[in-house]
Design a protein around this ligand. Structure first.
Ligand code: G1P
Ligand code: ZN
Length: 541
């Protein structure tokens, strides 16, 4: 064991989902080591503990895993369960932590951000419940990064992570496991695989785009091997260190190949994409895009169709910027609906306390109490279950949902890599004027209220402030503005737009057209384009 003197490194503050930086920043000797040591220090040491370790296969993941294994050993950990090749999807890592009753886990990913030496890398710590560490823990980690004076790392050769089985670094066991098997088995307990096999057997066609990221092996095993989808149904199935140049963010902008295939006349019945680490999903039907907020609402309404949820839902939760479509389903079902800040970590307590079964975010995240992360392939299996049980197409399921509950038009506009000062000044000015907005009209829309979202966790009473500026317009339309906490370049300003149409008319409009008046009101008030010189958002979802 070797003690290495080190010095605090500024800026190692975990964001919405762990520490994300440019890969080259993580590759600076000592950078990763400092953060990992701070993590061990913040959780009361690694002595005698069991951890799960893996990531999305991106560039530097294997090297980082070797560093973490040597550090865990030098810090006295008893066992590290690591996915073969240092591969684990984020939901699979969450499951393994729970299944093996590990003390926690380290996930090597920058999620939906591109990978490669000039792109992004990230490290996230998950606690024993399988979920992302709560704010109290991430704050303790950050504090430890500022106090660090040394890190511990065993001086030993790299461990063979390519072959399964138990290896050792000194007294610590390194257990290399199949990254897919336990996760695929879990899915079999939640969904009716026999019914899904019949669906594919009857000629149902699907295109599952893994975007050269971690879900490839999972999707091939589950859809092609266990469910009998035609070979080749999973595309871009090989995880590559740079995702083959793809930007593994499952939205219409970045998953454009899949979008084109699904909008073509010969489109398959169903399409889906995953992100880098497998926690996000995009759902498509032939000629049909399902917005994540709608997907959450549809799942809430039909979840009992899957055997794992036949008993019904305890409650649902959505992040504040997610549309209120799911709220209307919860109301109809007579169950609680919680509104949390952005980030999956805020669902952890609600899930642990048994208050909610289903959670979702507008950012292509959906999941249930089966793990403590959002889970992209779970959402795909849930949609397939709905299609199998109802015999309907994606378009029909959506149309019937809107006819029953009304439609919540929804869109997110992202202004990426803005100068930090510009973005912060816009929000600061809006914040300063919030109190005087109620009753004012902008661009023809009357503001009924305006506030900044703060959240008190109903389980442990923890308070999180500054979680997004909200403008409510007369008639129930809404705009939310907040800065991203996952970017690695400048500031990303997110504008979330929403408007409810109760039906029966006006359910088939173009979302951007339906939301344009709200976007114009925000521009008049905040001046995102005026003040930044931008022509419009970089990404619209
Ligand atoms: C983004 C999403 C958020 C999600 C997070 C991690 O965070 O908006 O919903 O939980 O990525 O996947 P943001 O960059 O907005 O802070
Ligand atoms: Zn992700």
């Amino acid at each position: 064991m070797m003690r290495h003197p080190t010095q605090a490194i500024a800026g190692q503050k975990p964001g919405t989902s762990g520490l994300r930086k440019k890969t080259r920043v993580f590759m600076v000797p000592g950078y990763l080591e400092n953060f990992v040591q701070a993590t061990f220090d913040a959780i009361g040491g690694a002595e005698g503990k069991t951890f799960v370790l893996g990531g999305d296969g991106r560039y530097f993941g294997l090297e980082a895993a070797q560093v973490i294994l040597k550090m865990a050993a030098a810090n006295g950990a008893a066992r590290v369960i690591v996915g073969q090749g240092a591969w684990l999807s984020t939901p699979a890592a969450s499951h393994l932590i729970r299944l093996r009753r590990a003390d926690g886990g380290l996930i090597l990913s920058a999620s939906h951000n591109p990978g490669g030496p000039d792109e992004d890398f990230g490290v996230k710590y998950n606690t024993a419940n399988g979920g992302p560490a709560a704010e109290a823990v991430t704050e303790a980690i950050f504090a430890a990064t500022l106090e660090i004076t040394e890190y511990r790392k065993a001086e030993t050769a790299d461990i063979d992570l390519a072959s399964l089985g138990e290896k050792r670094i000194g007294a610590m066991v390194v257990e290399v496991v199949d990254p897919v098997a336990a996760y695929a088995d879990l899915m079999e307990t939640l969904f009716d695989f026999k019914a899904l096999r019949s669906l594919f057997h009857a000629g149902f066609s699907a295109r599952i785009d893994s975007m050269n990221a971690i879900t490839g092996p999972y999707a091939v095993e589950i859809f092609e091997h266990r469910l009998g989808a035609a070979p080749g149904s999973v595309v871009h199935a090989r995880p590559l260190p740079d995702f083959g140049g793809m930007h593994p963010d499952p939205n219409p902008t970045w998953a454009h190949e899949l979008m084109a295939a699904m909008m073509a006349p010969d489109a398959p019945d169903f399409g889906a994409a995953s992100d880098g680490d497998g926690d996000r999903n995009m759902i498509l039907g032939r000629g049909t895009y399902v917005s994540p907020s709608d997907s959450l609402a549809v799942i809430a309404a039909q979840m009992q169709l899957a055997p794992g949820y036949a008993g019904g839902l305890k409650g649902v939760a959505r992040s504040m910027p997610t549309s209120a479509a799911v709220d209307r389903v919860a109301e109809a079902l007579g169950i609680a609906c919680y509104e949390t800040p952005t980030g999956w970590k805020f669902f952890g307590n609600l899930l642990d306390a048994g208050r909610v079964t289903l959670c979702g975010e507008e950012s292509f995240g959906t999941g249930s109490d089966h793990v403590r992360e959002k889970d992209g392939l779970w959402a795909v299996l849930m949609w397939l279950s709905i299609l199998a049980a109802t015999g309907k197409s994606v378009a029909e399921v959506l149309a019937e949902h809107w006819a029953r509950f009304g439609r919540t038009y929804y869109s997110r506009h992202d202004y990426e890599a803005m100068p930090i000062a510009t973005a912060e000044a816009m929000l600061a000015d809006l914040r300063a004027g919030l109190g005087a907005l109620a009753g004012r009209s902008v661009a023809g829309l009357r503001i009924s209220s305006a506030d900044e979202f703060a959240y008190t966790d109903p389980v442990d009473g923890a308070v999180s402030e500054g979680q997004g500026l909200r403008l409510l317009f007369e008639g129930g339309a809404r705009a939310v503005l907040r800065l991203s906490g996952t970017g690695t370049e400048g500031a990303t300003l997110r504008l979330y737009l929403e408007r409810y149409a109760p039906g029966p008319d006006g359910l088939a409009d173009d979302p951007q057209a339906a939301l344009a008046p709200i976007a114009q009101a925000v521009e008049a008030l905040v001046g995102i384009c005026r003040r930044s010189g931008r022509k419009g958002p970089d990404v619209v979802t």
